[in-house]
Design a binder for this molecule. Structure first.
Ligand SMILES: Nc1nc2c(c(=O)[nH]1)N[C@@H](CN(C=O)c1ccc(C(=O)N[C@@H](CCC(=O)O)C(=O)O)cc1)CN2
Length: 293
């Protein structure tokens, strides 16, 4: 292996240490950051992620509540739960674990979450702010990847970044965040002709396709930074990414593993966004106090 491993677990740990101190300061100032997680149905992977999110909140001293709802819940009932959480003073972040059952519209659910509590960064208002270069909650997976690149000292400005995949929660915002930091961004997807000729131009290659080990060394430029967002099972049922790690690590300059790469950073940035929301609340409270004095 020639590539340097980007250790998501290590970077997540360092970031969480800092967040823990910020939570202590917020508690001293009278606000305990609180996250509400809504889980609909019984998808096993979703349950694992939700449990991990809750444990991570507790570990840095935050409050976290889980609202478990049956698969049969109606869209309206789910929206009512969200409205209640929007109105709760002790809840600073709300997230609805995806995917949702087919009869419920992701769009309606996301648009019902108050933008001020949208710690997933999926609300159109927050996406619009991100696109216009404003400070807001950024979607956790791409935000985590940006933090990993910065932690490793990888220059973004002027680099060719190629994104494979165009989902609303990873591919699209990933390209936007890289563009905001002055990369030249190319989006590729299932209809792209001659994918390898595009990806071979990448200094930074982000694979978010959902196909086990699809990105082999033939798709990669020598020395490139390769970020693997995939979460798949291989032929032996073992967790693996979209990148053929053994093959690509002989050609890349930097590479993220699966597990232990992007995943731990996704949860860390969720904590970050919730702490940020609680800090916003404290600032509003202080400004309001000053105004009435
Ligand atoms: N509301 C949301 N739903 C979903 C999101 C999201 O950001 N918000 N992202 C994904 C799932 N996800 C978080 O929710 C997530 C996926 C994977 C990991 C992770 O840490 N993976 C580990 C391996 C875990 C394992 O062993 O199975 C790793 O990569 O090391 C964290 C979060 C879809 N839904």
């Amino acid at each position: 292996m020639t590539a340097k491993l980007i250790d998501g677990k290590k970077i997540a740990q360092a970031t969480r240490e800092n967040l823990k101190k910020e939570v202590e300061e917020l508690i001293e100032a009278g606000i305990k950051p609180g996250l509400a997680v809504i889980l609909v149905g019984d998808n096993q992977a979703s349950r694992t992620y939700v449990t991990s999110k809750q444990k991570s909140c507790k570990a840095i001293g935050m409050e976290s509540i889980l609202i478990e709802l049956p698969e049969s819940i109606t869209e309206n009932e789910l929206l009512q739960h969200i409205e209640e959480l929007n109105n709760r003073d002790d809840i600073h972040g709300i997230l609805v674990q995806l995917p949702l059952p087919k009869h419920i519209s992701d769009k309606k659910v996301i648009e019902t979450i108050s933008p001020e509590k949208d710690v997933d960064g999926f609300h159109p208002i927050n996406i619009g702010k991100m696109m216009t270069g404003q400070d807001t909650f950024f979607p956790c997976t791409p935000f985590g990847i940006m933090e990993m690149l910065k932690y490793e000292g990888i220059t973004i400005a002027g680099k060719n970044a190629v994104i494979v995949g165009r989902s609303n929660i990873v591919g699209k915002p990933m390209g936007q965040l890289l563009l905001n930091d002055n990369a030249t961004v190319t989006y590729t997807h299932s209809k792209t002709k001659d994918l390898a000729s595009c990806t071979k131009e990448a200094d930074i290659l982000v694979a978010a396709i959902g196909k086990a080990k699809m990105i082999t060394s033939e798709y990669v430029k020598e020395g490139a930074t390769v970020i693997d967002v995939g979460m798949n099972r291989d032929e032996n049922g073992k967790l693996c990414g979209d990148v053929d790690f053994a093959d690509v690590s002989n050609k890349a300059g930097h590479i993220t593993p699966v597990p232990g790469g992007v995943g731990p950073m996704t949860i860390t940035m969720l904590l970050y966004n919730t702490v940020k929301s609680a800090k916003n609340k404290l600032n509003h409270r202080n400004q309001e106090k000053k105004r009435v004095q």
